[in-house]
Design a protein around this ligand. Structure first.
Ligand SMILES: *Cc1c(COP(=O)(O)O)cnc(C)c1O
Length: 355
């Protein structure tokens, strides 16, 4: 029998989160962001549940080809664009939409001699300072693309650095300065901007994390937004220890009992994708009741406090995150974000679909 750990994917929740996104963005079309193996949910599995989206956005050319070969006819956006000339031929063959964020990518298009016109997304840097043309480089870049025989529809794009915190005022001004007077579709909003700034919805939105049922906003829970968790990481208690005051558990005995403490050992560790840096106190559900992580997370196991859950023993179900305990909360306790937890789900964890 395999270890009791598993990741369960609630595909109804994925569809419901897409529908909620649709309700929030009105007539804007939706690029469902499925990069990083659909945030750890499985690319093809997620794409099937998200087939009502208007397009898929990801990074890897190979993943785009996998979607095409699985029969998806949606537009597919390559969020970092093409890396070498050969990629353009593949993009043309499979009907992909590359982002163009730097001059070498424009040169590649000009020299490509492609027999078709590729739709592209021209990216403006509005303060993230990661990808994209600066404001003063944008118009010349756009003119070159408009003259290029390998380029079809051009969509104007930016990505916000602080939509979940400081806001979008300044980047929006920069974007308006670059885009005003240009008759082209526009895409700006990630999940945080979708939820917080309707004025950024434009022609296409690009939700990622909200589709997977987590909140992009530090001050609003996924539940309050109406999002449903898609991935649930669960396992079972496989051993029980009773600590006397002064005794510890796990490597380094980081947790030391001050009073008699009943400890459950759970079959889940950092090799399954649970964050090793999660401290004592990180929430865990045992038999549906909230308790806390104790001491250091090991490769294959972690310890939880069963002192107030006397009915729990070997075989009792444990939820690490998902239904009943948001990955956002676990991530916050561990000093990270739900994105990282979801993406880190290890391939060794058996996967189950429901709905
Ligand atoms: C990842 C990504 C998104 C989605 O971001 P979320 O915060 O997950 O909604 C949107 N746009 C771009 C360019 C991205 O890289």
């Amino acid at each position: 029998m395999p270890r009791p750990i598993r990741a369960t994917f609630d595909l109804d929740a994925l569809r419901a989160n897409l529908a909620l996104t649709r309700a929030k963005v009105g007539r804007a079309r939706i690029w469902a962001v499925v990069k990083a193996n659909a945030y750890g949910h499985g690319l093809l599995r997620a794409a099937r549940a998200l087939e009502q989206a208007d397009g898929f956005a990801l990074l890897d050319l190979d993943d785009a080809v996998r979607l095409r070969e699985a029969g998806f006819r949606h537009p597919i956006l390559l969020l970092e664009g093409c890396f070498e000339p050969g990629d353009l031929a593949v993009a043309a063959e499979y009907g992909l939409t590359p982002v163009v964020h730097c001059l070498p990518q424009i040169e590649m298009l000009e020299l490509s001699g492609l027999p078709v016109r590729l739709p592209v997304h021209l990216k403006l840097n509005t303060g993230m300072n990661r990808l994209g043309f600066a404001l003063n480089e944008f118009a010349p870049a756009l003119e070159r693309l408009q003259r290029c025989t390998a380029v079809g529809t051009i969509t104007l794009m930016t990505h916000f650095a602080e939509a979940e915190t400081a806001g979008v005022k300044e980047p929006l001004q920069v974007f308006e300065a670059a885009a005003s007077g240009i008759d082209a579709p526009r895409t700006l909003a990630n999940s945080a901007a979708i939820l917080r700034y309707p004025q950024t919805h434009a022609d296409w939105v690009r939700p990622g994390i909200m589709l997977y049922g987590c909140s992009p906003l530090p001050d609003q829970s996924a539940e309050a937004i109406g999002l449903r968790p898609v991935m649930t990481l669960s396992s079972e208690i496989i051993a029980v220890q009773t600590l006397q005051p002064g005794e510890g558990t796990g490597y380094g005995r980081l947790f030391k009992a001050e009073s008699p403490t009943r400890v459950g050992v759970v079959a889940c560790g950092y090799a399954d994708g649970y964050p090793r840096h999660a401290p004592t106190g990180t929430p865990v559900l045992v038999a549906g009741r909230r308790t806390r992580l104790l001491g250091r997370v090991s490769m294959d196991m972690l310890a939880v406090d069963l002192t107030d859950i006397p009915e729990a023993g070997i075989g009792t179900p444990v939820t690490l995150w998902g239904e009943g305990l948001s990955a956002d909360e676990v991530a916050a306790a561990a000093g990270t974000v739900s994105y990282e937890l979801l993406c880190a789900l290890a391939p060794r964890v058996p996967q189950v679909e429901k709905n």
